[in-house]
Every structure is written in structure tokens, then in C-alpha cells.
Ligand binder design. Structure first.
Ligand code: SF4
Ligand code: SF4
Length: 99
């Protein structure tokens, strides 16, 4: 195989392949912001989410659902089952540009 074809892609190049068609309504909900504030010191969702959807704002969790990659990690990653996750409505959400 030619050297150029084997070149590894950077994260930025891979991200370019991902596009989003965001719905107006979030498909992700943090159910109880008090749990985030008082029980979850580590704020795990800010660590495991590849889309950097979760940003702690001091007293509540901001959910930038538009950048969700639909990997499903937050369904199992939140130790308090504090994130309600649904698939985006048909026609919305992540779109992969392949080939
Ligand atoms: S991992 Fe769950 S409990 Fe912890 S900050 Fe995120 S949503 Fe809140
Ligand atoms: S499904 Fe994946 S990308 Fe989307 S919010 Fe959850 S962890 Fe982040």
C-alpha cells in the first residue's frame, strides 16, 4: 500500500467526518442537578463523553446535546443513573460522512 494512503488521520480530520443535524429539543436530560453538585465530585460525564457535551457550570450541568455522537456511554457511565438518554428523533442527530 502507498505511504500516503497509510497516513494516520488526526483527531481533527476524523472529527471532520462527523456532522450533526441538531433537533431543537434535547434528547439528553440531566435529571437532578443536585446529585451532580452534591454527590458526584468527579463529574464523570465531563470525562467520558467524547463529544464534550457536558460542562459543569458551578451549580448545574450544561448539556450541549447538539454535539452528541450517540455513543451511548452516558447511559452506563453515570454512576447515579442521572442522565436520561434517548435516540434523537428520526432525521436528526449525528451523520457520518464516509467514502
Ligand atoms: S456523571 Fe452523572 S451524577 Fe455525575 S455529574 Fe455527570 S450527570 Fe451528574
Ligand atoms: S451518547 Fe456519548 S457523545 Fe452523546 S452525550 Fe452520551 S457520552 Fe456524550
Amino acid at each position: 500500500m502507498e505511504g500516503d494512503e497509510m497516513k494516520a488521520q488526526t483527531i481533527e480530520e476524523k472529527q471532520y467526518l462527523v456532522r450533526f443535524k441538531a433537533d431543537k429539543q434535547s434528547h439528553l436530560t440531566v435529571l437532578d442537578h443536585d446529585i451532580c453538585q452534591t454527590k458526584c465530585k468527579e463529574k464523570y460525564c465531563t470525562l467520558f463523553c467524547p463529544g464534550e457535551v457536558y460542562k459543569w457550570e458551578g451549580t448545574r450541568m450544561h448539556v450541549g446535546y447538539e454535539g452528541c455522537h450517540e455513543c451511548g456511554s452516558c447511559r452506563i457511565g453515570c454512576p447515579y443513573q442521572n442522565i436520561k438518554w434517548e435516540y434523537p428523533k428520526g432525521g436528526h442527530g449525528v451523520v457520518f460522512r464516509l467514502g
